[in-house]
Design a protein around this ligand. Structure first.
Ligand code: DON
Length: 321
């Protein structure tokens, strides 16, 4: 028997996904019950804990979806991957890593514990809240409005969706209840890590966390990373390959916070979660994937979403390791 060509292997894998995805989603829905919708940002508590959806796009633009994939949600921490990329493009590697480290913390996403343990007091990495707040201060722009607008335009470009926008209710309720993030920002300002006023940096940070998206937007943004920074449709270079490499490495080591090691063992793909229930992940060179399941496990990651990705990785043999 002749060996299958590369294109035939790709088609075979895609057809298997098409056939099995609805079943795998259904089987993992029960894990929604293990989680709880986030409530520390008041607006997020309105989400339904029973939702679970997924969207997958392959490198030729074919897509598959299952479950509650049409529901919009705010990107929250998933946005940190893309603000990091924007800051790298604006300022370069040296300036960015002068203000934020490259190491996982092993702590929760909003922990301040390690900030005082190192000299100078820079956050351990750009995926934790403290690190992402510093990254917000490095985005070019004359003030918070311009920085936020540039961020939104960059996200729209990567998602191929001009309708992406801020969710102003989520933005306002987060801004009004963010004493912990505010205290971190004041600490960083005191240590000379933040170049602009605290309120301005936090406006940029809360705004990018509040950008609304669906699973298909996440999948499309992930596909740009899976394609080494190129637009999968036009082939245009959108992000330098080196910066995509940096972002994907952070996704592996810190993207799922203090569950990153477990996720690397069970799924083995670069991923980033958000507290509204989204997970963005990718299979390098092959797929961009967006998952949504707002019921969160104790580490702040979508409980059913992580389980669904475990099933997919095992069944499709996707682990990079
Ligand atoms: O700053 C916060 O707490 C939120 N805007 C983002 C946190 C988040 O998404 C953590 N992810 N699991």
């Amino acid at each position: 028997m002749n060996a299958m060509s590369n294109a035939e292997v790709i088609d075979h894998e895609f057809n298997r996904l098409r056939e099995k995805l609805p079943l795998w989603l259904q089987e993992n829905r029960r894990f929604c019950r293990d989680g709880k919708v986030a409530s520390y940002i008041p607006e997020l508590s309105k989400a339904s804990g029973n939702h679970l959806g997924i969207h997958i796009i392959d490198a030729s633009g074919r897509s598959l979806s299952a479950g509650d994939c049409g529901v919009a949600f705010t990107m929250q921490s998933i946005s940190k991957v893309f603000t990091l990329l924007l800051a790298l493009m604006d300022r370069g590697e040296e300036a960015v890593f002068d203000k934020v480290g490259m190491e996982p913390t092993g702590d929760q996403f909003n922990s301040m514990l390690k900030l005082e343990l190192v000299q100078p007091s820079i956050p351990f990495n750009p995926m934790i809240n403290a690190g992402a707040i510093v990254i917000s201060s490095l985005i070019n722009g004359s003030g918070p409005a311009e920085k936020s607008e540039r961020t939104l335009q960059f996200f729209r470009l990567l998602a191929g969706n001009n309708k992406l926008d801020f969710d102003n209710d989520v933005y306002r309720t987060e801004s009004a209840s963010a004493d912990l993030n505010r205290s971190m920002a004041y600490f960083l300002k005191d240590k000379g890590v933040l170049a602009c006023p605290v309120d301005e940096v936090l406006e940029v940070y809360f705004k990018h966390c509040s950008i609304n998206a669906t699973c298909s937007d996440l999948a499309r943004m992930a596909l740009v990373l899976a394609s080494g920074g190129r637009d999968p449709v036009t082939g245009a270079a959108l992000i330098p390959r080196r910066y995509v490499q940096i972002a994907k490495t952070f996704m592996i080591t810190c993207g799922m916070y203090n569950a990153s090691g477990q996720f690397a063992i069970q799924v083995g793909l670069p991923a980033k979660s958000g507290v509204a229930g989204g997970i963005l992940t990718l299979v390098p060179g092959k797929y961009g994937i967006g998952v949504f399941g707002p019921a969160l496990n104790p580490k702040g990651n979508s409980s059913a979403g992580v389980r669904l990705l475990e099933t997919l990785s095992k069944e499709m043999n996707w682990s990079l390791f």
